[in-house]
Design a binder for this molecule. Structure first.
Ligand code: SF4
Ligand code: SF4
Length: 261
């Protein structure tokens, strides 16, 4: 299905750089003009419900260095101490366990992603991202510390088995939503749904129409530091060349990656 889709979509060829490694890529560039608004503080979706598949060493080190703040947000240490673990055992688990907490407590006592926290009774946020912001880190540093799959969400990346080519798109509808579930209820990438009365019943605040921007603008830093500057520039050039966007559309000054509570 994916091959068929990329054979018929308008694409560009470029090079992406993910965690310092370059890969040739085919990008379904027009979808990067779709409107997006990552108004996570007003969102009640559980997009941090599942853990990423891999926690890299730099994420684990960052949590260990900021363990008090991490616990203040997530309550993970308090929960594990309450379950009888010593501080040494908790820190060893952050260093070594796949999900940074002992397996048997995942989804039982520690619901949603291990690193998620609730800033109120409805909104779920990322503790790693929040600690980075509190420390005044820039976009590159935030993307370096967060799991790469989380930073790049909702960009869809499919790969040949030998990684000789990556295929990159965005969820638009079920014709190319290869990996994302429930596209229709993701208000950040579905402006039509966000303007519906069904959505407003659940979310009376936020997701204002005037705050939607082309995805490439809303995610500029993420594209540059997550997929590489060349990839960002090539998508931007193609969007301008094919008259999908104009230079003046690339104006957003404060990226939503830096939004704070
Ligand atoms: S669904 Fe979108 S707006 Fe909601 S928390 Fe996730 S990224 Fe943010
Ligand atoms: S963004 Fe943070 S809280 Fe959400 S799934 Fe990724 S690591 Fe977990």
């Amino acid at each position: 299905m994916a091959r068929k889709y990329f054979d018929t979509a308008d694409t560009i060829e470029t090079t992406v750089k993910i965690r310092g490694i370059e890969y040739p890529a085919v990008v379904d560039f027009e979808l990067f003009a779709n409107m997006a608004n990552f108004d996570c503080f007003n969102c009640v979706e559980h997009c941090c419900g599942d853990n990423p598949s891999i926690y890299e060493e730099q994420t684990r080190d960052f949590i260990l260095k900021n363990i008090e703040e991490y616990n203040r947000l997530t309550k993970n240490n308090d929960i594990l101490q309450w379950e009888g673990y010593s501080q040494n055992e908790i820190e060893k688990s952050i260093s070594e366990d796949p999900l940074m907490v002992p397996e048997k407590h995942v989804e039982e006592e520690i619901i949603n992603c291990t690193c998620s926290f609730k800033c109120n009774n409805s909104t779920t946020l990322c503790s790693i991202h929040s600690i980075c912001l509190d420390k005044g880190m820039d976009s590159a540093e935030i993307i370096h510390r967060k799991p790469v799959i989380c930073s790049l969400w909702p960009i869809e990346i499919l790969a040949e088995d030998d990684l000789s080519m990556l295929y990159i798109t965005l969820p638009d509808d079920f014709t190319n939503g290869f990996t994302i579930e429930n596209y229709y209820t993701k208000s950040c990438i579905n402006e039509e749904y966000a303007s519906s009365p069904i959505f407003r019943r659940e979310n009376p605040d936020g997701f204002l129409e005037e705050e939607y921007e082309p995805f490439i603008t809303a995610y500029k830093d993420t594209l540059i530091y997550g997929l590489g500057k060349r990839c960002y520039e090539d998508i931007k050039s193609a969007l301008i060349e094919y008259e999908v966007l104009e230079e003046e559309d690339f104006h957003m000054e404060v990226q939503q990656i830096h939004s704070k509570i």
